[in-house]
Design a protein around this ligand. Sequence first.
Ligand code: C2O
Length: 574
Amino acid sequence: MATYSISTFFNLGLLLLFANAMPLLANAKTQYHNFVVQATPVKRLCNTLSTITVNGQYPGPTLEVNNGDTLVVNVVNKAQYNLTIHWHGIRQMRTGWADGPEFVTQCPIRPGGSYTYRFTIEGQEGTLWWHAHSSWLRATVYGALIIHPKEGSSYPFQKPKRETPLLLGEWWNANPIDVVRQATKTGAAPNVSDAYTINGQPGDFYNCSSQDTVIVPMDSGETNLLRVINSGMNQQLFFTVANHKLTVVGADASYVKPFTTSVIMLGPGQTTDVLITADQPPARYYIAARAYASAQGAPFDNTTTTAILEYKTAPCPAKGGASSKPVNATLPAFNDTATATAFTTSLRSPQKVEVPTDIDENLLFTVGLGINQCPRGAPASTCQGPNGTRFTASMNNVSFVLPSNFSLLQSHRQGIPGVFTTDFPAAPPVKFDYTGNVSRSLWQPVPATKLYKLKYGAKVQLVLQGTSIFTAENHPIHLHGYDFYIVAEGFGNFNPQTDTAKFNLVNPPQRNTASVPVGGWAVIRFVADNPGVWLLHCHLDVHITWGLATAFLVEDGVGELQTLEAPPADLPVC
Ligand code: C2O
């Protein structure tokens, strides 16, 4: 990977010409990277698979920047699949062309093609990540994106001795693209993964893996900032470290009011920054993650991935025999919704924040699965869902269909008709007991490419209401291009009469991905201050495959600073 910085030249020029302006401008840097995406042999669980990677690395390279920096990443597609890269959680102010979701903000980079993503990090600090946003490529095409405070500023907590990104992933003993293609053909749920991973390694509890288990070294007494990222495909995960307390200080690149816990829960897409202090007897301790599986009766990968927190003064594992076996970690039960809820409802912003009030757009979107009847005359092999049906999913009974001839953003910007409509409903077309027993007539969503239009600057409240069609389940709902405040969450049907009183309008947490509780709801608020087309979707990839998505079309405001930039010259078109 070629990495260099032009800041030196830039600053030298400034030094000579505008010495007085230095304190204002000196820190902003531009970083250049090359991502070459190609098939690479990767051995896991005793098998070598041809795996799509970035620069031959799995997980891919970690990008580290300072708040205010500009990233320029040239992506070269040497794989045999269409490709895009998404910078998960980056606000992309006016640079929607660099956001990345396939057919939303760009057409895919075709095999043999390339595209340069350019964007500036504005006012964000903490842990984000990047991942492919085309089919299921992100199973192996992902990496950390770490944003440090501006040079000269510091964390709102004591600077840790070390920092360690921990990417939680999922591994299949198969090509993930084949896994999703098979599911799309049969209408059934895709196969669950064969392992979870920490920084690409399954750990001690899997075959052919223990020699490669990730080691996190620490000195007694020192503090480490663990940047935990759920980059898994389809599973919420609990995460813990044996015998150590975790002090939560950030989530989705926003700081939170610190609190201490022994376990955290992350849905795919979410990140959590925790401080850990080596205050235990020198030894080796398991770092572990396994499923939080909220859907009753649905199959899931019930394995446990581990890494090892190793005190540098701990007895050497080779000589120590049984005594050097890492201390076991205790994880909650797979269906421990109480623990998941206790964690998500403990998150607060560090101080009072400006939550939008005087709401312009009051929205209620149902989110959940659906079932399609087998089309007349279709072979049974294509209807392998429950009772001879096909799985689908929807928001407000619309199952989102991506276009294939233009991206949504291009169609919007150039006024190309016939690609999408803007009649996505502000509320479910039929009101029903969303989390109760649902009548069969409500099971079949309508496939369409419907967007919801927002005026620039609109203050939006969105109630995300889970449904229990087929099964209720926790959904990690991600909004591109925005951070939002989660002002409340709860179980059952959202009731504006009684639940509004429970809103936290003082210090709610700010995130880009909300965990909508199983059989429940979450309420988010944001100001539509970033023009463009922004995907809103469940970050369980199996659900986005089935259509659990929509997009906001945010109009331009007044003047250049409220207007989407022009598309870059090398933007891939279809
Ligand atoms: Cu991290 Cu649309 O995704």
